[in-house]
Design a protein around this ligand. Structure first.
Ligand SMILES: Cc1cc2nc3c(=O)[nH]c(=O)nc-3n(C[C@H](O)[C@H](O)[C@H](O)COP(=O)(O)OP(=O)(O)OC[C@H]3O[C@@H](n4cnc5c(N)ncnc54)[C@H](O)[C@@H]3O)c2cc1C
Length: 411
């Protein structure tokens, strides 16, 4: 006989953990089924060189409204409220103050156009809102590759306009991944169980995994869209598969270096390596005052570097820093860690973006189907691509499953 639960939660990233935490406060029996050998999904904090390094999510975006701030503090973890340095170009290396101001203004005009026009214009890629021949278009595209994991020509402008961002960004000093792992650690979880099929055509929902089947009254699916589309679901959910195909995961990767003689740089400094190319990294100097450099790559550059391997990714970062800071600079760097989300088998990317025409696919992906409920960052209309968005959708899906159980709508 297969094990039997009120709720099977599929995936133990931020959304699955949120669902589990909500269910743990109810009488319902439940289990989290996770393909990987750890919980946390696209969050992961590693300890290297005495520092907590986030390889995945690192920032509490919209921090003045982000529910994870209170959750971190309730877990006893410090939240660093230093302003994010992304707008700065430390010591005006390669970008004068006048150029920095001009770029800031071009960015603002671009966002204002999207916010004002995209919803009424209908289907358009975000690059339609660039000013023709603007000197800053390549750098804008680079920044969007960090924000969306994809380039402007690949993104639905309406989806971008719907994203909620207060512009306040904080960090968990011990690591965002460490927070998610801590708050999920007590939940009943089966690791190393990849879900392959879900059958809700009979009285019980049957979930087939790589290591045996389980049965449940209801299930909550929290997988990245591509992994949801790969499941064998009975009866089939053609609309979900189509929605998932409109919401691919973009690419974002990080490299962390230790930095010798850090006092030459201000705490929380920042550099763009190039201003005339979309294929360039963002360099955070001395994050939270630590003797480190944290490098961020996005879009096709990030995916290509991940496929080439961590040594190639680190080399690219070192070359860009040499171009800005001189040929003696690399001797001060020691590679600590590099991510590879683009090739990690249960992620295959960083966060979802909507292809042009797919802005409404998020609502389709989120809609319940019978005794199946759906969560995960890609199902959030305004907080997609984030941990707090994923968490909120997981909490809501658990409430939906509990409501279904209380109605007696599940066997
Ligand atoms: C480099 C990078 C930087 C980021 N920066 C930020 C940031 O600063 N701030 C922020 O808020 N967000 C950031 N994000 C995004 C954030 O990490 C994600 O939006 C969020 O963690 C997604 O959570 P989720 O639960 O929706 O999905 P996931 O974390 O992907 O969880 C899904 C889980 O399902 C598992 N799984 C997959 N397939 C199966 C299967 N068939 N059966 C069972 N289990 C399966 C996976 O292993 C995973 O654990 C970043 C992500 C990356 C990669």
């Amino acid at each position: 006989m297969a094990d039997f639960y009120d709720v099977a939660v599929i995936g133990a990233g931020a959304a699955g953990i949120a669902a589990g935490r909500r269910l743990a406060r109810s009488p319902a029996s439940f289990v989290l089924l996770e393909a990987a050998e750890r919980i946390g999904g696209r969050t992961l904090t590693l300890e290297r060189g005495g520092h907590a390094l986030d390889l995945g999510a690192g920032w509490l975006h919209s921090a003045d409204r982000n529910l994870m701030v209170a959750i971190a503090e309730a877990a006893g973890l410090d939240v660093d409220r230093t302003e994010a340095p992304w707008q700065k170009q430390t010591a005006a290396h390669g970008m004068s103050h006048i150029e920095q101001a001009a770029f800031g203004e071009a960015f603002q005009r671009f966002e204002q156009r999207i916010d004002k026009e995209a919803e009424q214009d209908g289907v358009r890629a975000a690059d339609c809102y660039l000013e023709p021949d603007c000197r800053w278009n390549a750098l804008l595209d680079a920044v969007f590759s960090y924000i969306s994991g994809a380039h402007l020509a690949e993104i639905d402008a309406r989806d971008y306009a719907r994203y909620e961002d207060t512009g306040v960004n904080w960090r968990v000093r011990a690591g965002y991944g460490a927070l998610i792992a801590a708050i999920g650690s007590a939940l009943p979880t089966h690791l190393g169980k990849q879900v392959r099929a879900i059958d809700q055509s009979s009285a019980r929902v049957r979930v087939a995994t790589s290591r045996g089947d389980i049965e449940a009254r209801t299930a909550i699916v929290t997988l990245p869209p591509w992994a949801l589309a790969a499941l064998d679901i009975s009866p089939p959910l053609a609309n979900k598969v189509e929605a998932a195909l409109g919401l691919p995961l973009g690419a974002a990767e990080k490299v962390h270096f230790a930095l010798a003689q850090p006092e030459d740089f201000p705490a929380d400094g920042h550099l763009f390596a190039k201003t005339d190319s979309a294929d360039t990294g963002s360099y955070h100097l001395r994050p939270m005052g630590r003797p480190l450099v944290e490098v961020y790559f996005g879009g096709s550059l990030a995916r290509g570097l991940a496929e080439a391997g961590s040594a190639a990714m680190a080399d690219f970062a070192v070359q860009e820093m040499t171009g800005l800071l001189g040929s003696h600079f690399p001797a001060r760097l020691t590679l600590l860690a590099a991510s590879s989300w683009s090739t990690a088998p249960y992620a295959l990317g960083a966060y979802s973006y909507a292809r042009p025409g797919a802005a409404d696919a998020r609502a389709e992906l989120a809609a319940p189907e019978g005794r199946l409920f759906f969560a995960g960052e890609a199902t959030s209309r305004a907080r997609y691509s984030t941990v707090h968005g994923a968490y909120q959708t997981g909490h809501e899906a658990a409430e939906q499953a509990l409501e279904c159980l209380s109605r007696g709508a599940a066997a």
